[in-house]
Design a protein around this ligand. Structure first.
Ligand SMILES: NC(=O)c1ccc(NC2CCCC2)nc1
Length: 246
């Protein structure tokens, strides 16, 4: 069971991604709980302002610290034990390893910024982690929050059917996915590799491992260095590097 508290000025953005398919089922099964908090509900001025102009001038508006602080105190997130994550391009780059690490927590708080940025005190005094989903700038932290919730939730036991168990993810083993096929075995002259139709599980497993190594080596050689390859892997990789047509 994992509980996400998401602070946002646009909570309605989360309705559809969390209202369908696996994430909806996961909530119905009580495996994942997602609570949305509208930062605007924690403003105290008449205009319910959540942003203001930056000191020192310059264009754009910044997200104010008080409403975020009041929201955090309301949900009672103990800053020591709970990851309070600000989604920001300056953060630690999110990947499968970070998703695995976060899935071990029972509670995660996500702060979604907006406008040109957030008051620095949100970063230094309220959040205790910063995560980026990649090197690009978005209008808000909501989409990164959805990505994080999706990637972490699917690792919670029971969320994925035991068939597609998350542990079988190639990225969990640091490799890209091998080619996958389903019926029909022939379509418009496009066939399926014989080995997959052979029912020979040992051959299928090594074919898949080799294809994953080949694809990773060709597309993401940076991932290869991080692997602790078995002797069998090295043999397969040598064949791949020699352009073995197999
Ligand atoms: N790459 C990212 O994960 C990311 C996160 C937040 C963001 N924009 C937000 C940050 C504060 C104001 C808008 N842009 C990009």
């Amino acid at each position: 069971m994992i509980r996400f508290d998401i602070l946002s000025t646009f909570p309605e953005m989360f309705d559809s991604p969390f209202g369908s398919s696996l994430l909806k089922k996961a909530q119905e099964k009580g495996l994942v709980q997602i609570r949305l908090h509208n930062i605007r509900d924690y403003t105290e001025d008449r205009h319910r302002m959540t942003d203001d102009a930056p000191y020192g001038g310059g264009g754009g508006m910044l997200m104010k610290v008080e409403p975020v602080d009041k929201a955090l105190r309301e949900i009672g997130a103990d800053r020591e034990a709970v990851p309070i994550i600000l989604l920001t391009p300056q953060g630690q780059v999110f990947n499968q390893g970070v998703a695995e690490e976060l899935s071990a927590h029972s509670r995660i708080v996500l702060l979604c910024g907006h406008y040109e940025g957030v008051d620095e005190r949100i970063r230094t005094k309220l959040a205790n982690r910063e995560i980026s989903i990649g090197d690009y700038v978005l209008t808000g932290g909501e989409l990164p929050a959805m990505v994080l919730v999706d990637a972490v939730s699917r690792l919670v036991p029971g969320v994925l059917g035991n068939a597609e168990s998350a542990s079988a993810d190639s990225l969990s083993f640091g490799l890209l996915e091998y080619p996958q096929y389903t019926r029909p075995s022939e379509y418009r002259g496009w066939g399926v590799p014989e080995v997959l139709l052979s029912g020979h599980h040992k051959l299928i497993t090594s074919w898949r491992r080799k294809e994953a190594l080949k694809r990773t080596w060709l597309r993401r050689p940076d991932l290869i260095e991080k692997l602790d390859l078995t002797e069998e892997d090295r043999k397969l990789l040598r064949e791949v590097m020699q352009g073995d047509p197999e």
